[in-house]
Design a protein around this ligand. Sequence first.
Ligand code: HEC
Length: 297
Amino acid sequence: MRNPLTAGRAPLTIALTLACSVCVALGAQQAGGRGGDAAPAAAPAKPLIPVATNTVATHPETYYGERVTMTAAVQSILSKSAFSVAQKAFGDAAKTTTNPDVLILAPKLQAPVPANAYLTVFGEVVKFDPDEIAKKAKDYTLDLPPDVVEKYRGRPALIATAVINESFLDLTWRMPPPATPDEEALSKLMKKVQPAFGALRGSIDGSNVDVTKQNAAILKQAFTETEAIWKTRGKTEPMTWAAEARKNAEAIETAAATGKWDAAKTAAGPLGQSCAQCHAAYRERFDDGSYRIKTSK
Ligand code: HEC
């Protein structure tokens, strides 16, 4: 079966991204917010406590309100965003022992978890009750059937912020769709634009004519092509912004050639603003750090 999370990505990239996903997840937990949201430095986040599902199931009161990590096997898949995990019993114990399962609610889960997968989940332990969940996870709609709600009511559950699989992939990550030819072309252009713009700012500050002209020329060309891409997509607004960026690059080129460094600086300001303006409206970032054209526009 095609796994949308891994399709088209080299294993090494996955491993690297994964390792990073764990540290990002950890970092975010420590920072008290996912993805470093600029939430004001509130009370320092509680450390994550590694704990076994059996311990949480038998001593839930100790863990309510705590942020924990649990590594366990998927026991049952309950909905698109909910499943339960339990400790695996091995050898003879497997024949006689049934370990209690713990309900995992993962509001950001991108696809149901694989059956029997061995997962590491991060999140806060709560006493399961639909009202409590509604308070704790405001954007989340509990999608459990009533009998399942009754089965877990009053028992410990985890509201998961990360669900890491055996390949260290975070299953709550929103991964990008394959890039379209347009997006590939735009991405290549932008990867030229970025260093050229950096170098340009430095060379304007240092009044370096050759380096300024050289990088202004790269930007002119790149924004001409950027404009053409938006033209084929029929989007006037970003076309205009790309054209303005090109004109500012041109103005910088001319100013540098005639030693008018103040004029060059004046044009560099709006050039930088056009990056931010267009990105805010037309660029979308995915959890693996890649970008695509924002299609909701
Ligand atoms: C007219 C719109 C527009 C302007 C102006 C613009 N960008 Fe972009 N940029 C985009 C879009 C859309 C993407 C996402 C597309 C992609 O990367 O596939 C993007 C992506 C990027 C990326 C990520 C590339 C990648 O794929 O990793 C960088 C870096 C970047 N832009 C830098 C800049 C800088 C620096 C400027 C200004 C000097 C700038 N951009 C101006 C639209 C624009």
